[in-house]
Design a protein around this ligand. Structure first.
Ligand code: ASP
Length: 281
């Protein structure tokens, strides 16, 4: 199997400025090259999506990890999840404070019996695991918070298939900004991040709507039932469009077929295959 990696930096309400777009393209290329070369060397899809999302979290350009948005009580709370399609195993952390890379915590939870932890419990587990802690606050997000600018979007994600045909998905978010404290987004749920033996999907956009359409799990379940990835996407988007839902997805199927599609004005995405790299316009 030829490996495929697809990453996203969130769905948005407007197109990026030229300057921001140039910064984002540089960052996406760096991240893709790093994570795809590991995948091409034989690393598993699960490790590759974790690796890509760690780098996305570390880059303050995106609303995940460093650079995350601030909830209405002035606190930054991070959520992330990861799913191993082959083992059909999901793990995540919800509204955790201070953990540098929530996706590392989600990945570590894959090996536990209690696999989705929230708040203080998630933080305690991160400490027990010896994971690094760091402030996610940036001057930009502080200024946005003070100006009461929330925005509807953010989030990063990655989906991949490896040499052995195993699929995985990972998603991480700083939320919507100015939301009610401890609001739970779609990102640490199967609606926002899902993989099985047939498909892997990461979603971004209005979390409540992603949950209402169970977007990522619905697409993967349809593909598992025999629909093509495109058909599965169009079925889910058909209903979502009628409800005027605002979200987007990236996905990869067991043949290496890809989708990157959104109901919002923009979606930041990039892909890597043996044929080279491709980027959003
Ligand atoms: N889905 C995230 C949330 O609802 C935000 C986003 O992806 O834009 O918090």
């Amino acid at each position: 199997m030829k490996p495929v990696l697809l990453i996203h930096g969130g769905a948005g309400a407007r197109k990026l400025t030229r300057e921001k777009r140039a910064d984002v393209l540089r960052s996406l290329e760096f991240i893709l090259r790093d994570a795809y070369s590991a995948l091409a060397r034989g690393e598993s899809a699960l490790s590759a999506v974790k690796r890509a999302v760690v780098l996305l979290e570390d880059d303050p350009l995106y609303n995940a990890g460093k650079g995350s948005k601030i909830q209405s009580d002035g606190k930054i709370r991070l959520s992330a999840s990861i799913m191993d399609g082959k083992r059909r195993r999901f793990a995540g952390c919800v509204n955790v404070e201070g953990v540098k890379n929530p996706i590392r915590l989600a990945h570590a939870l894959l090996g536990k019996s209690d696999r989705v932890l929230s708040g203080e419990g998630a933080k305690r587990m991160a400490r027990e695991l010896g994971l690094p802690f760091a402030s996610a606050l940036t001057p930009h997000q502080l200024a946005q918070f003070r100006a009461k600018k929330s925005g509807k979007s953010g989030t990063v994600g990655a989906v991949a298939i490896d040499r052995d045909g195993r699929l995985a998905a990972a998603t991480s978010t700083g939320g919507r900004g100015l939301e009610y404290p401890f609001r739970v987004s779609d990102s640490p749920t199967a609606a926002g991040n899902f993989a099985n033996g047939a498909c892997a999907v990461s979603a971004t956009g209005v979390g409540e709507q992603i949950v209402e359409f169970a977007a990522a799990s619905a697409i993967c379940t349809l593909v598992e039932a025999g629909f093509t990835l495109e058909k599965a996407l169009s079925k889910v988007f058909q209903g979502a469009r009628k409800a005027d839902a605002q979200f987007g997805v990236i996905g990869v199927d067991r043949r290496g077929g890809m989708i990157h599609s959104t109901l919002t004005p923009s979606l930041i995405w990039a892909s890597a295959t043996h044929n080279g790299l491709n980027f959003f316009r």
